[in-house]
Design a protein around this ligand. Sequence first.
Ligand SMILES: NC(=O)c1ccc[n+]([C@@H]2O[C@H](COP(=O)([O-])OP(=O)(O)OC[C@H]3O[C@@H](n4cnc5c(N)ncnc54)[C@H](O)[C@@H]3O)[C@@H](O)[C@H]2O)c1
Length: 316
Amino acid sequence: MRILVTGAAGFIGSTAVEALLRRGDAVVGLDCFLDYYPRAVKERNLAGVRGNPDFEFIEADLATCDLPPILEGIDGVLHFAAQAGVRASWGRDFEIYARANVLATQRLLEAAREQAKPPRVVYSSSSSIYGDALDFPTTESTLPQPISPYGVTKLAGEHLCRLYALGMGVPSISLRYFTVYGPRQRPDMAFHKFLQAHLAGEAIVVFDDGEQTRDFTFVGDAVAANLRALEHGQPGAAYNIGGGSRVSLNLVLELIGELTGRAVSVERRERQKGDVRDTHADTGAAVRELGWEPVVTLREGLAAELAWVREERARG
Ligand SMILES: NC(=O)c1ccc[n+]([C@@H]2O[C@H](COP(=O)([O-])OP(=O)(O)OC[C@H]3O[C@@H](n4cnc5c(N)ncnc54)[C@H](O)[C@@H]3O)[C@@H](O)[C@H]2O)c1
């Protein structure tokens, strides 16, 4: 198959590119190197696939580029491109979120609709669309009530996918990831910041009391869900993709201490606006309809991220 991966230079996108190439697909990667974090980091994410004859890279912005020709001959799209991050989505920067998450998604779906055979599109949604859900584990039928502008834009993108699937003949599927972690994790994300601080001998900054919980999902499992959704996802549907281990940040800190053989020192700060207290995915629909289940435990996944952060630090 010939697959377009948007956001191909990012954390999850670059991991997906490698998985697709490994299974023998031809991949077109597209990214505009949004400056949310350094381009050099994203270039490193792509270093292993540049030069692969089955990989073509297009540097372009989904919000402005001429998309229909790029989609010609494409069988499936994994749409990771977005402005990520909950905390930065308040205030003036909302414009960046609206553009990258809503407008870019609409343009992609519109270009897909114009194709003789519209490709399947797998959209990267987020547990943030639920906000402070009251029912745990949370099922897909829970009323989405995001508590951050980021969550609002991800939900808008999801609704667009549903519209184009049900009324415009573009078979689109949404995957609601629950906090993805692992090698290449974005530098603004908790585990990455925790590991960097701890390895530098500094205190780890934790917002709130550390008893907030997350259903952490290993990046390889999130990518595997994309591959399953490309083939088996029900057009118009949304699936929870959670790692299966809901744990508190305090437990993660303990695990970091164990894995590094050194107790962590913690600096506590106030809860941040837009951060949800708990997340816990009911992944029954993904198991039944996609045939997907997470396979990497938190300990294994965190050890893999620790090894990667050590390599990054050694590189300087
Ligand atoms: N990481 C998580 O825990 C998590 C959780 C839920 C959902 N998601 C979603 O998964 C997707 C990937 O997240 P990530 O953590 O890999 O983020 P990332 O920032 O590492 O990757 C996103 C990539 O998209 C690119 N991009 C942004 N806007 C673009 C545009 N208009 N045109 C072309 N490229 C553009 C960026 O340059 C970046 O390389 C995002 O849609 C995000 O909302 C991530």
